[in-house]
Ligand binder design. Structure first.
Ligand code: FAQ
Length: 308
């Protein structure tokens, strides 16, 4: 007896194989996948802005070249992810419209300002560190084009994390003022980095279904704990203090305990009321409008080419 398309889908997920664009998939799976990939793509594109703020003010040619390369990688990740969303039938122009009209989300972390050059290092260390922690398991996500995109993206994120950590190591070997800048940037980014993993499991409406479909491989809280465990020894090696007096090794659990997260702050930032939400979206909208002539010219050129 031949399997129905539904049975084929269920069997593929159960066998830990990949769902591909040509396969039948439930509407709700498609919707969830488009939502997650689009939010991820938007995060990469909006995520260029906080660090982009420092390209013209990098303290040396070497730091400028590194930062330029990193921000370009983020653009590449965004485009790569929009392509993955297109394999599900999403339209890239529509996704951009949804972003700039604030009907689709992007990561809360990019709504915080970058006040000093130490922020560039701390974003690499903590924000890219959190991104890697979250995204390495997504290399085994059930949707093939997304899982494959994650492999390449994670390789580049590892370079991003290292460049941030190396920058901070250099600053920590510098003057007391430079050391203070690193500590102050760490203080500002620590809690928002923990929020990147999403709401606590009990308040995460999407986790159960996404885990059942093997879109997500771990819960938000599990990944957050993994990130804390990973970051504490890195902070010690660096010589900075993480801004949490309750952070302590728990022998019984085999993990670090940490203090309560201010979930009202995450809710506020996701709802659009973070320190830089308006500025980030407005800048993206302006860039999209300024680029309209390029898209028009490219379409006219493509039409002429196909006529020939
Ligand atoms: N910010 O039910 P859940 C990067 C939303 S890394 C904003 O738990 P889910 C690299 C969530 O979407 C950052 N919204 O949802 C880089 C959902 O919204 P809904 C991007 C958040 O999907 C580094 C609602 O709350 N990484 O860009 C946040 O199961 C440096 C309920 O939450 C990814 O996107 C948040 N922090 O789990 C670039 C990774 N948390 O239903 C530049 C892929 C939750 O209203 C510089 N995504 N929400 O649409 C994921 O792994 C998941 O989507 C989670 C959320 C874990 C983010």
């Amino acid at each position: 007896m031949t399997a129905t398309v539904e049975e084929h889908f269920e069997a593929t997920v159960a066998a830990d194989q990949r769902i591909e664009p040509r396969d039948w998939l439930p509407d709700a799976y498609r919707k969830t996948m488009i939502r997650q990939i689009a939010q991820h793509a938007h995060s990469e594109i909006i995520g260029m802005q906080p660090e982009g703020n420092w390209i013209t003010r990098a303290p040396s040619l070497r730091r400028k070249a590194i930062l330029l390369a990193k921000v370009q990688d983020e653009a590449g990740h965004g485009l790569y992810l929009y392509s993955a969303a297109e394999t599900l039938g999403a339209d890239r122009t529509e996704l951009t419209e949804l972003l700039i009209s604030r009907r689709q989300k992007y990561s809360s972390i990019f709504n915080y300002p970058t006040l000093t050059f130490a922020d560039v290092g701390v974003i690499g260390w903590l924000v890219d560190g959190a991104a890697i922690c979250n995204q390495v398991p997504l290399c085994r996500s059930s949707y093939g084009p997304y899982a494959r995109a994650m492999i390449r993206i994670c390789k580049e994120e590892s370079f991003h994390q290292r460049q941030g950590y190396e920058l901070l190591m250099t600053m920590m070997r510098g003057t007391p003022e430079q050391q203070a800048m690193v500590q102050e940037a760490t203080n500002r980014f620590w809690w928002p980095s923990l929020m990147m993993f999403g709401p606590p499991d009990g308040d995460s409406p999407n986790t159960a279904q996404s885990m059942a479909w093997k879109i997500k491989r771990h819960t938000n809280d599990d990944l957050r704990q993994r990130f804390v465990d990973m970051s504490v020894p890195q902070a010690e090696a660096l010589g900075v203090t993480l801004p949490d007096p309750l952070l302590a090794w728990n022998e019984d659990r085999g993990h670090y305990d940490f203090g309560p997260i201010d979930w009202s702050e995450l809710k506020r930032v996701i709802a659009g009321d973070g320190p830089c939400n308006a500025e980030r979206v407005e800048r993206r909208r302006r860039a999209h409008e300024d680029g309209a002539w390029v898209r028009e010219a490219a379409s006219v050129h493509a039409a002429k080419e196909s006529e020939r």
